[in-house]
Design a protein. Structure first.
Length: 404
């Protein structure tokens, strides 16, 4: 996943890049005392870029943060347990109040504070709990607080999702850190899933926007757990320039930064699918021979979102016809009678028709926790690796009583 010149740091977090502090704690939104409030703080003004959900019911923090990105950014506040979505004008006022509380305790302009929320839709933020939590959080910011912040943004997640990379350039070394949350309501079209990245690189906003958009399109926008796009999806990146390494044009150094950002995004995207609600299997779907990226993406999304495909994988049933059914529903211009299908190394269909195969061999493939699936369209040169999950009884249980 990582090029030789990119080093993944085993204990890296969002505070690995220079000039960042973070923390996470419980402020009372979650009644079980799990962390529910995070602050990510830059010691100097940072350039920021973001991509956001295309869901029409966009949460107040999505709208608020989108409007703030052209300002120099000093801090990001994230709460979990309450999405502040479908909350009308009060929701917008509460997002602003949250930013102002953070600004007061951090002693920075409120315009430099971004906010993000995740959790139950339709409830107003408990502002007094947030105020008290933010006051305490501002006092506990530290270099060691990255993992605490990554834990505080989780909802139904069962694992913390974070990473950090070291990138070497002739001019010097810079770092890229990231954290994410997501387990259910996962089928991002950005550009419930959040991801936040930090870097100490010097880079202008236009290049940062371009790099983030491309990285998200080839990572988070390729995964699916349940086919639902959240009201709160958001991916942000902050660049504060603390390393002194500068990229100011679309040259080789910029290409390497784009590759590093995409690699970090894909690493966290995979972790989200691996931790999907009720997931027992990751479907590692490789599309080969596609005429273009958009066709490959459409085919992958149709297959990974199919409930019949998902349940077949949960049941470890080599029901390859369901996969072809889903390909046929992708609404793309391909010749279905050229398509081959493999489960692991076992070819189960060729040129749009089934072939004789060993049920014992496919059973061994389907018994694994990660199942490789290859669809060879044989109609182009584009190749794409995407990830999705099966659909289990546990997914239904988790979401049947999520609010209560």
């Amino acid at each position: 996943m990582f090029s030789s010149w990119i080093k993944q740091l085993p204990d890296g977090t969002v505070t690995t890049p220079g000039g960042y502090l973070a923390t996470g704690l419980n402020c009372g939104i979650k009644e079980d005392n799990r962390p529910d409030l995070a602050i990510l703080y830059s010691e100097s003004p940072a350039v920021a870029a973001g991509v956001f959900t295309r869901n029409l019911f966009q949460a107040a923090p999505v709208t608020f943060t989108r409007r703030r990105l052209d300002s120099p950014i000093r801090a990001l506040v994230v709460n979990s347990g309450n999405a502040n979505a479908c909350t009308g004008e009060q929701g917008m006022e509460d997002a602003l109040t949250t930013a102002k509380f953070a600004a007061r305790y951090l002693e920075i302009p409120w315009e430099s504070v971004l906010v993000s929320s995740t959790g139950v839709i339709g409830k107003f933020l408990p502002l007094e709990k947030l105020r008290g939590g933010l006051e305490k959080a501002a006092e506990t910011l530290s270099l060691e607080g990255g993992t605490k912040a990554a834990e505080a943004i989780l909802t139904t997640d069962t694992i913390i999702k974070e990473t950090a990379l070291q990138i070497e350039e002739e001019e010097g070394t810079y770092y890229l850190g990231g954290m994410a949350k997501g387990s259910g309501m996962i089928c991002p079209r950005m550009a419930t899933m959040l991801a936040f990245f930090t870097t100490d690189l010097i880079i202008n906003q236009d290049l940062l926007k371009e790099a983030l958009y491309e990285a998200v399109e080839r990572s988070f926008n390729l995964i699916s757990i349940d086919g639902d796009t959240s009201t709160n999806d958001m991916v942000l990146v902050m660049a504060n320039g603390a390393s002194g390494v500068e990229i100011n044009e679309r040259g080789d150094a910029y290409r390497r930064f784009c590759e590093a950002l995409e690699a970090a995004c894909r690493y966290l995207a995979y972790r989200i699918v691996r931790d999907g609600e009720g997931t027992t299997k990751v479907i590692a779907l490789r599309i080969k021979g596609s005429p273009d990226f958009s066709t490959a993406k459409a085919v992958a999304r149709s297959v990974l979102n199919s409930l019949l495909v998902k349940t077949a994988f949960f049941g470890e049933d080599a029901n390859w016809g369901r996969i072809f059914m889903a390909v046929g529903n992708a609404e793309v211009k391909i010749d279905p009678y050229k398509v081959d299908l493999y489960l692991g190394e076992v070819k189960v269909a060729e040129n749009g028709q089934g072939v004789s195969f060993s049920e014992e061999e496919t059973s061994q493939v389907l018994n694994e926790t990660e199942v490789p699936v290859t669809l060879d369209l044989k109609q182009g040169e584009v190749e794409l690796l995407t990830w999705g999950s099966d659909l289990s009884h546990q997914y239904v249980t988790i979401n049947a009583d999520y609010r209560t």
